[in-house]
Design a protein around this ligand. Structure first.
Ligand SMILES: CC(C)(COP(=O)(O)OP(=O)(O)OC[C@H]1O[C@@H](n2cnc3c(N)ncnc32)[C@H](O)[C@@H]1OP(=O)(O)O)[C@@H](O)C(=O)NCCC(=O)NCCS
Length: 170
């Protein structure tokens, strides 16, 4: 894809189908072998995420940003003030179109996220990542994030998985 016109902007209702596609397929590609097949291929479908983002876009505390290249949405992220720590911006979702991963889109999204955190007066960014998601952990570490030692268990359909907390000062 030619990087002619690249923007990050707030998600709009017209983006819901595209964001739902990215969420569905990036999760399947990224989490296959970590979460159950039933969760990834049955419970988590494009229609499921269309409904999810129709609700989420109205969530006042959450902000969803899309990365658009030449008019096509190729990634998105959801951020919110961290409930547990004042001054900390939490990344809740961070996904790049699977066909275009490894091409620098995630890096541009992260640069935007750090700029936004600074402009909005935060001094830290945090996120939770599946402990078995080595690719995403590698990505976050190249961006300067470190594990702070916190761990939690989350239920994904019929299976529980451990997440680790990563943070960076901004
Ligand atoms: C993780 C993800 C967001 C990264 O986005 P991307 O567009 O593929 O990343 P980029 O092409 O910008 O790569 C950025 C850097 O991460 C590094 N990186 C990417 N994958 C890596 C891996 N498996 N191991 C180590 N480093 C990795 C790259 O080497 C690159 O380093 P550089 O900036 O020094 O050149 C994307 O691959 C994705 O959506 N994955 C699936 C969903 C997911 O796991 N999301 C996170 C949920 S917490």
């Amino acid at each position: 894809m030619l990087h002619e016109q690249i923007i990050m902007r707030a998600m709009e209702a017209k983006d819901i189908l595209r964001v739902a596609e990215i969420c569905t397929f990036a999760r399947r590609m990224g989490f296959w072998g970590i979460l159950s097949d039933n969760h990834l291929f049955v419970d988590s479908s494009v229609p499921h995420y269309v409904g999810y983002f129709e609700r989420t876009i109205k969530h006042e505390a959450w902000q969803i940003f899309v990365h658009e290249e030449n008019g096509i949405v190729v990634g998105f992220m959801t951020v919110s003030s961290c409930d547990e720590e004042k001054g900390c911006l939490q990344i809740i979702q961070f996904y790049v179109e699977p066909a275009l991963q490894g091409g620098g889109i995630g890096s541009r999204m992260m640069r935007f996220c750090k700029q936004k955190a600074t402009l909005d007066g935060y001094n830290k960014i945090c996120l939770w990542v599946l402990e078995k998601n080595a690719a995403a952990i590698g990505f976050y570490e190249t961006k300067g994030f470190n594990a702070d030692g916190a761990r939690r268990t989350r239920k994904y359909g019929d299976l529980e998985a451990v997440q680790m907390k990563y943070t960076i000062a901004v």
